[in-house]
Design a binder for this molecule. Sequence first.
Ligand code: SF4
Ligand code: MSK
Length: 675
Amino acid sequence: MAEKPIKKAAGKEKVADPAKVSIDEATRTMLARAQALGIETVFDRAAKMKPCNIGAQGTCCKNCGMGPCRLPLPKGGMEGEDTRKGLCGATANTIAARNFTRMIAGGAAAHSDHGRCVAEVFMSAARKEGDAYRIKDTLKLLAVAPHFNVATRVEVDGELLDRDTDEIALEVAEKALAEWGKPEGELAYLKRAPDVLYNKWKNSGVLPRNIDREIVEIMHRTHIGVDQDYKNLMKQGTRTAIADGWGGSMMATDLQDILFGAPSPLQSEANLGVLKEDHVNIVIHGHEPVLSEMIVAVSQTPEMIEYAQSNGAKGIQLSGICCTANEILQRHGVPLCGTFLQQELAIITGACDAMVVDIQCIFQNVANVAKCFHTKLITTHPIAKMEQESVIHIEFDEHYAIEDAKKIVKLAIDNFQNRSADVMIPSQKASQIAGFGVESIEYHLGGTFRGSYYTLNDNIINGRIRGVAGVVGCNNARTKHNEGHIEVVKELVKNDVLVITTGCNGIACAMEGLLTPESAGVYCGPGLAEVCETVGIPPVLHMGSCVDNSRILLAATEMVKAGGLGDDISKLPVAGSAPEWMSEKAISIGHYFVVSGVYTVFGVTLPIAGAPVFQKYLFETFEEMYGGMWDLEVDPLKHARKMIAHIDKKRAELGIDRARERVMVDMSTRREMAG
Ligand code: SF4
Ligand code: MSK
């Protein structure tokens, strides 16, 4: 039986037991400090408030004023005919499917609206409206332009000449922005998928038309009295998830790469120990890199460093939480301060002079924690403000990006001398190598002159690498912080499965030291260890933020293109996982993985258990339609083993299962010889 993660503080309120709610020592130390200071965090709130059982099953409907209608599963499970109904007659399947598709809509909206924001900044840069943003990565621009049907060469007097990059950028910006609301056609990027997959979508009638329309249509269909067929609802859920993964998210990633540079591997550090007592600490949190890029640039200027020194600090230390952190990590090596569940704890160190937040995954309670210290909490986005009066709002405007960034950095510096509590920074931090884009994986596996995914495929075919797993997603306060992430990933690499990661899983792996080439020798099976040591890569490749899950789709597509492993993503020996998911974005990501052909396992819970027929549809029928399907496994070891079993099933279907045995014999013989 699982240990109870709760203890009683001084015989009164229930609070979290630090030793039982996180595997991370720095987190435990800071949580204990928070409790000693009487400051409440998410861990304590989770101890006090239990989740609603009916909501957790996905069968609570509040889509009209006659509800909420609650349809829990009968104790002991469903026997006989399922007669449960809401007031309007909605069945458990309809209610669960409506809730699930609304989660997809929420997630797709978050990713895609982020993408739109980036596209607007991209347009501003293409028009050269200000000094802050310029097209940085012209190679990526030239690679992306054809996917929008934008020509990169032009015929002049019968001669084919390179087109002016400013002109290309402008046309890409116009075409990209149109993807959110174009009146006809289909999303431009869909044809980047393998042909077999594209045709599957086409034949199933799920090609997204434009991004906004698909999201709006979910809200319409789930209104009372509209779509009352769980299969038809999921058809729209599928269309919307594709619009996210192969649309809004993929454009966000591409346009960010063009503006700020495609990532390439670099060294950094992770965990609360990256904060520095004698520096001005600015912690950046959220998801959009457009402002944080400017904060990075401004904080490195001699003017700001001298200003910090004149205020008694040795310098300025930037670090990040959540995916803004991953964005500036992968392009600048800015260290990761922590995962989603550590955001309050960064302030509890007493060393955070400013926390700058943009959008998504930001606890409103950080404002209350900041008030207990000198920390300035600064919101920056017009769509993400907080009601607490102590919060400072400095609205970011791309036309004045440098001025806005300077204002924020100065505010943090001015606050350095106001530290009110003893500073207590945990010593824990780990080294990491991050910044693996689709392009840099190609380079690392193939070298400058023969960069390709052939080498990866070869190593899968010869059995050194058993398969590839995308392990991504959040923390969830209903489960032990980082335990699922780390146990799943360690079990995978131990079994020669190469892991690619994004989001908070990437941060958790960094904190655990799994993002170093040296970790291969410690944690990996012999085949994967050999490849990592030969090529000099970690066994877990950090590919960036939540929107960068689109990089995983494209990496899988490159594997299909490189040959030898079938003609579709669903044929590859790959699997997906989100061991500690919590956000609606994770549901959208999970679903676009599934309908791209990837078997995808979630941990913690899935809000569908109250509708067994609908659950079976997601867990089984989807495999017949798209080759990928959902699964739920709470136990991390079983979770990883299910993924490995799926990878083995795919290896057998490809006829490469025996090759592994041959290689394993060779390896063990070699080990015996060495021993
Ligand atoms: Fe109840 Fe139907 Fe209204 Fe939902 S839409 S709250 S099931 S009456
Ligand atoms: S930040 S969505 S908690 S991964 Fe992207 Fe982490 Fe999940 Fe937010």
